[in-house]
Design a protein around this ligand. Sequence first.
Ligand code: PMP
Ligand code: GLN
Length: 391
Amino acid sequence: MCSRPAVSKTLSVYGTSIFAEMSALALEHEAINLGQGFPDFEGPEFIKAAAVEAIHGGANQYARSQGQPELCAAVVQKVQAQYALSRDPASEVGVYSGATEGLAAGLLGMLEPGDEVVTFEPVYDSYIPLMRLVGAVPRVATLRWPDFRMDLDEVRSLFNDKTRLLLLNTPHNPTGTVFSRQELEQLAELCRTHDVLVLTDEVYEHLTFDGAEHIPMATLPGMAGRVLSLSSTGKTFSMTGWKIGYAHGAADLVAAAQAAHQFLTFATAKPFQLAMAKALAVGPSFYEEFRADYTARRTVLLEGLSAAGLPVCRPQGTYFAMANIGALDFENDRHFAYWLTENLGVTCIPASSFYVKHEEQKLVRFAFCKAVDTLKAAMDRLQPLANLGQL
Ligand code: PMP
Ligand code: GLN
């Protein structure tokens, strides 16, 4: 055995991901898992059939490294139809093993040690460890309870001549914030002024509510050449286990991500790419139904949390909602999340794991990517919290 720890110093501080930790706890206690964001229902049959057909049809060797041509073409058609963005399938689209790998490829491909990256907390779990792996420096602005909107002065103070990249997640996990056109324009102007690149994480692009509109940063005037836009088929087609993510952007940005992707995974599972090429051909009615289904699920969650006495921020997007446990007598969000799993049989995510700068310990995240019956059962289990709050 080697006397030194096997794990690198950089990664040793992060331990196990909070999603894996809470899912294991939910399993142990047979709790309803509203923690890790994955659907408990199946995605469309025609997509599964397309993957089976691709496997039986012999699509079982390496895919084209930058992305199977069928899927790249489907991405081009989708972003043209949806956002009026013209992209070249050969040079302006990349396919990755999930948005997670796309994020890694983008950051490894674009950053040098010492480069600064502006992003927002609460922050998705992989962003900061990936920056640290490259030796880049995170500069983090805080979205604060109860409305989680950005503070422009705070963001502006983070930009300087070392800033290389803005890493922006909208719709935003875990807060549900959808950045408005005005906020995006303010960010875009800062990026142009400081000659900064943008990596956008738009995996929840089709999950917006109450009339909130998802606006890709790449569609703002003068931004198409500066932004690498990432998305994932896992959320939109309820197949998170397939891990098919993709990006589109100017050729030099896609090439930068590709420079890393070729050494990370080289290529992504071919039959699933071919199936997702067919999935992306769905028309607007698919997305309308998707949004309507999630609106109904969101209502069950929001009503249940309110009835249980938990103040909640009504999410404009994503399939998550943040609730405030400040009125309850718990030491912190982790204690609450463990107690809730062990005693009431419902699992959530302690949101302190998403904060790196601001000390926030009174928020928890609930996922509503679950069948309405699952959500109703979970909300029934939460109701004793209403009495706890009055103690
Ligand atoms: N970014 C965000 C904000 C996410 O919430 C997730 C997963 N839920 C990902 C990236 C990763 O997506 P994928 O599963 O396609 O790797
Ligand atoms: N993105 C999912 C979430 O936010 C989790 C994905 C993962 O477990 N890495 O819950």
